[in-house]
Design a protein around this ligand. Structure first.
Ligand code: F6P
Length: 319
């Protein structure tokens, strides 16, 4: 293999730049030509491709977002779109591809593998919703962003003795709510994987009040929805004043934490090594402290579940 490509796709995540840097520098280290593809699969279809050298990734390890830009590409979900991309790949002489993104991006990588282009997926999403890996790039930074918000909300929630409902990202996966909730000492954590009951939430709030608590932080994952309705229900049942804060896209930005930079560096480098060894149709990840790789089909089949023990622990510790 002489030439590889790299793209970022789907929602951005802090640490994607560190992963691009690792891909380019490891690629150059192995004597490979590295082509940067801009705007995800859109750029692949449109030929927005140029060579990257060591200096093109200087001064980016600390930056959030992705210097290659990203997109969600509907056209690439069609056979015609994939065929267009395959033609462009030939024009640019790309023989292997690193795709940095989440499950949707990995499906695109799988489609290219099926067309004969060895591709390796690097997990980049703040959702941490990929079952084959313990952590995805960007998750740790997002937890810390949420935590910073919770700390601030706790101040004002305490002053006003209000219930603060914080909606965090996570379409189908409650990991961000769970981890930020534990780290932030949230009173209730509501995730899409587990049914919740408004009465239980209110009971926790009222018991806390009896013990002299002046604040209440409820963290709810976006995938559960209805944060405003929950707020009204809590107000009606408990008589306490409530406020909703939807954190939104600030969770996707910011300088990546050391954890995410190191994870991205390790995973980006391993992805290139796999391609160099002629191993495509893989995804890379981390289990414990080990970098692992897995078959892309197997990885996509795996169903992610919430860590129920951690959720139970959060309940015990918040009382
Ligand atoms: O998948 C990452 C994610 O941030 C989800 O948590 C969120 O639901 C979604 O992307 C938002 O996507 P967009 O940036 O397209 O609005």
């Amino acid at each position: 293999m002489n030439t590889i490509g790299v793209l970022t796709s789907g929602g951005d995540a802090p640490g994607m730049n560190a992963a691009i840097r690792a891909v380019v520098r490891m690629g150059r280290n192995l004597g490979l030509k590295v082509m940067g593809i801009r705007r995800g699969y859109n750029g692949l279809i449109n030929g927005e491709i140029s060579e990257m050298d060591r200096s093109s990734v200087a001064d980016i390890i600390q930056r959030g977002g992705t210097i290659l830009h990203t997109a969600r590409c509907e056209e690439f979900k069609t056979e015609e779109g994939v065929n267009k991309a395959v033609n462009i790949i030939k024009v640019f002489g790309i023989e292997g591809l690193v795709v940095i993104g989440g499950d949707g991006s990995f499906m695109g990588a799988r489609a290219l593998c099926e067309k004969g282009l060895p591709s390796v997926g690097v997990p980049g999403t703040i959702d941490n919703d990929l079952a084959y890996t313990d952590y995805t790039i960007g998750f740790d930074t997002a937890i810390n962003t949420v935590l910073d918000a919770i700390n601030k909300l706790r101040d004002t929630s305490t002053s006003h003795e209000r219930v603060s409902i914080v909606e965090v990202m996570g379409r189908h996966c409650g990991d961000l709510a769970l981890y930020a909730g534990i780290a932030g000492g949230g009173e209730s954590i509501i995730v899409p994987e587990v049914e919740f009951n408004v009465d239980d939430v209110c009971k926790t709030i009222l018991e806390g009040k009896l013990r002299g608590k002046h604040h209440n932080i409820i963290i709810i994952a976006e995938g559960v929805g209805h944060a405003n309705e929950l707020s009204s229900a809590i107000k009606n049942i408990t008589g306490l004043d409530t406020r909703v804060t939807i954190l939104g896209h600030i969770q996707r930005g910011g300088s990546p934490t050391a954890f995410d930079r190191i994870l991205a560096s390790r995973l980006g480098a391993r992805a290139v090594e796999l391609l160099y060894d002629e191993k495509g149709s893989r995804v890379v990840g981390v289990k414990g402290n080990d970098v692992i790789d897995a078959d892309i089909n197997e990885a996509l089949k795996m169903k992610k579940d919430i860590d129920h023990d951690l959720l139970k622990l959060a309940r015990v510790l918040s009382k």
